[in-house]
Write a protein that binds this ligand. Structure first.
Ligand code: 9MR
Length: 453
């Protein structure tokens, strides 16, 4: 929607409120006018989400590649560089060069990093392929511990375990040397990752889990439900979403995302590519994510078609020459027009919500690098819904905000007050919303306070 159209919608909403049609008016007001972003990352950030891509370290010297990466994306997943064969090529000898290169490239530009992957039946180094039983279990746990410790504070999410379920209708675990160490190997990996990094988001990641009616999807769902019930540390589920003629985008994809989210985990689309790159299908995938409050973001599995593991299917958003494809325009439009109705927010009422006194809290996580940092602030409403919020953060001297998303600020330095924008002031009881900012300097320890309207 253009800015002029938004203005018209805003005026219409105000008129409706005036006329007493509050139920309709409130719905429009909640969506609010949002500025249209011009890149995938900026537009996703306006919706409180990220838009990421898989990155290969050996392409960071390719000008076209890096230009698109830096312009469009605000999240990065190393395509192969954090896998077991890359990070522990000899047992006990860790090698982080290529992964660190990607992490530094991303973080120095304010992009967040998804770590992929700590435990997997595939791309194991030779020494690990030859192990079994308790020796393998110990080696796997040591690997999880070492790698999660190395990247602590640098990656925001880990795919702790990748692809542990079998294809087809069995709903069984995939047979592998790791599975043969005992059915509890997955939860053991999650517990080791949590012990190594207390705050990183821990994901289970898989493919062909997009169709809600598939046995594999239901099997993963049952595992996540069980983990949540027993307190196994799991924060999110990654849906790889490699769509093609044999494994098409399912009409019930949104149901899958929202059903997992209802278990109390975040959901993320982690390796999206679509054979033929249908603009309509790309658009639907993004709209499905925007419709689910706990869908944090979308990662495409490569930048240009020529970067894809399935290049002949031309499944990505940019041509091999680096031009935007129709699918790119569709994704950007979906991000700009999408609304984010939190699935758990109460429906609009016929009377305006009371102006307070509701309470809120704010928590901050910081990604610091030499000379700058990104702070992500989570605002959580207390036992009542809130309709506006202001977070106060005292920045240490030398720290200067350079850009921000999802909040407006009173100042760039010193004591900064951050106020909600039109679309995220209302937070349901116990629910959260996030804003963030990038700054030069050193964050130190930030102590945000929150006041609700
Ligand atoms: O894109 C990756 C490709 O470069 C590797 O050769 C391949 C090796 O297993 O892994 C690809 O990435 C996979 C990802 O790690 C897990 N899900 C499936 C992806 C595509 O195969």
């Amino acid at each position: 929607m253009s800015r002029a159209t938004w203005k018209a919608a805003w005026r219409a909403a105000l008129a409706l409120v005036g006329a007493g049609s509050l139920a309709v008016g409130a719905a429009i007001l909640l969506a609010g006018p949002a500025a249209a972003g011009t890149t995938l990352g900026a537009s996703a950030a306006e919706k409180g989400r990220y838009f990421g891509t898989a990155v290969a370290a050996n392409k960071l010297s390719d000008n076209t590649y890096v230009t698109i990466l830096n312009r469009e994306f605000n999240s990065v997943t190393p395509e192969n560089e954090m896998k077991i064969d890359a990070t522990e090529p000899q047992q006990g000898q860790f090698s982080y060069g290529a992964a660190d290169q990607i992490v530094n490239h991303a973080r120095s530009r304010g992009m967040s990093v998804r770590g992929h992957t700590l435990a997997w039946h595939s791309q194991q180094p030779g020494w690990m392929q030859n192990l079994s039983g308790s020796t393998l279990r110990q080696a796997m746990l040591n690997h999880v511990t070492q790698v999660a410790t190395h990247f602590r504070g640098q990656v925001v999410t880990w795919d702790v375990v990748n692809e542990a379920f079998a294809d087809g209708g069995s709903g069984a675990r995939r047979d592998s040397n790791l599975q043969r160490t005992g059915n509890d190997w997955i939860e053991a990996a999650f517990r080791a990752a949590r012990a190594a990094d207390a705050t990183v988001k821990l994901c289970y990641n898989d493919y062909n889990t997009d169709d809600w009616s598939h046995a594999k999807t239901q099997a993963v769902y049952a595992m996540v439900r069980d983990f949540k019930q027993r307190g196994v540390p799991i924060d999110c589920v990654g849906f790889q979403s490699h769509f093609n003629s044999g494994s098409p985008y399912p009409g019930n994809y949104r149901t899958t995302l929202s059903s997992f989210a209802a278990l109390g985990v975040d959901v993320q689309i982690t390796e999206l590519d679509i054979e033929g790159a249908s603009a309509a299908t790309y658009r639907s995938v993004v709209e499905d994510c925007l419709a689910v409050a706990r869908c944090n973001g979308v990662t495409v599995w490569g930048i240009r078609d020529s970067d894809s593991w399935r290049a002949s299917q031309t499944p990505l958003l940019f041509t091999s020459g680096g031009a935007k494809k129709p699918a790119y325009d569709a994704v950007l439009a979906a991000l700009n027009n999408g609304t984010t109705p939190p699935t758990t927010t109460p429906p609009p009422t016929t009377t305006p919500p009371p102006p307070g006194p509701g309470a809120c809290t704010a928590a901050v996580s910081v990604n610091q690098w030499t000379g700058g940092f990104v702070a992500t602030v989570r605002v959580t409403a207390g036992s009542s819904a809130i309709t506006s919020w202001t977070v106060t953060i005292a920045l240490p001297s030398g720290a200067t905000v350079t850009n921000a998303w999802n909040a407006s600020r009173s100042a760039d330095t010193g004591t900064t007050r951050w106020t909600n924008v039109a679309y995220n002031g209302r937070v349901g009881a116990g629910q959260s919303t996030e804003f963030g900012f990038q700054a030069n300097g050193t964050a130190g320890s930030l102590s945000p306070t929150c006041a609700a309207g």
